[in-house]
Design a protein around this ligand. Sequence first.
Ligand SMILES: [Zn+2]
Length: 428
Amino acid sequence: MAPDRPDAEHVDILVDGDRIAAIGENIETSDAEVVDFSGRIIIPGLVNAHLHTWQTALRSAGADWTLMEYLTHLHGECVGHYTPADIHISNLAGALNQINCGTTTVGDWCHNALSPEHADAALEGLVQAGIRAVFLHGTPYRSPETPHPLAEIDRLLDGPVRGHALLTLGMALQGPQYSSPETAVADFRAGADRGLVVSMHQSGGELSPGWEAVRASGLFSPLTNIVHGADLPGAWIEMLVEAGVTFTTTPENELGQGHGTPVTGALLRLGAAPSLGTDIDTAVPGKVLTAARIALAHQRSLDHARYRETTGMHANTASVTAKQALAWATVEGARALGLADRVGRIEVGMQADLVAVDARAFNLWPAHDPVATVLHADIANIEAVLVAGIWRKRDHALIAPGLDELSDQLRESGQRLLHSIGSVRSHA
Ligand SMILES: [Zn+2]
């Protein structure tokens, strides 16, 4: 993923503290632990740019829900029943699952911070897991006129977030889709004043007036992150890309729940690219590599169909490559979360967020195309994960104490929460 290096090479990587100190052949060291990763492919840690980690305890409960059913059951009936302990358990377990899947950075889109205690519990879960995270603070649905609670943003900035090298803060805004124009502008301005990433959902349907209000205020910037963006008008996407706005597609649930056509193709045609998220463990699994493959296959399908329609022939070349899809899951995710100077590439000076994929495994060998091999990897192939130079997974096992106890807590939390949803019963 580093622009000045080949896609794959046989090299040593020297990690010093939390950084990549050197890359090259036969690096001489006297006091380093030497790890032989022959037959493995080392990749930049994956970036899951959009995950509501607080929903981990509700895994698969909404696998057959439409978007409207999800909003009714989760955000209408369930959110208010979360205690800080519920958020903590879900965030800890969800973040550990991400590490297990090869994710080293997560955009934790926490729109269930019902109180400061909930926010602190969410952060504690992330810190305990040892993942790098952008904590995107949000609340359950507020009226369109109610601005983002800035006192809480400033409390988090001054306190719980500041002390942790792996944490940064962003704002999970209701955004123009769910806010009045005045509130949308005020929230954007609050984020800009603090230099924070502001992220918001936008799916399908007509653009609300708030979008034009934010545009007129000149507040779209590289710190703006639009999640989904499905079916946005082309002229709008062009203007937003021009302003440096990033997009995060979560293809599996976008396609399955009825969000509209993923934004991927519209971005690619402008020379831009999406980042990827898995959004909700409630409906789909949290594997970024799966999201990358679904986004790739779906876009190729659309492009093939378009080619056949216009020429009557089958296309001779692929419209999108495996390397592009891997970039969406690494460098583009880093960019969307404001971390492009720290993670997403294997380069000297970057954070040592590294993942070892065991390419000797029967489902990956022989690895003729290393980039595609990585894209095709399953969790069982994720042998080791390093976050900021610290092992979080090694020899195919998470380095985390008390996983059995955590699993019990997660099940109990999920069962209790599911009782708040009228039409759903837990089988766990
Ligand atoms: Zn979402």
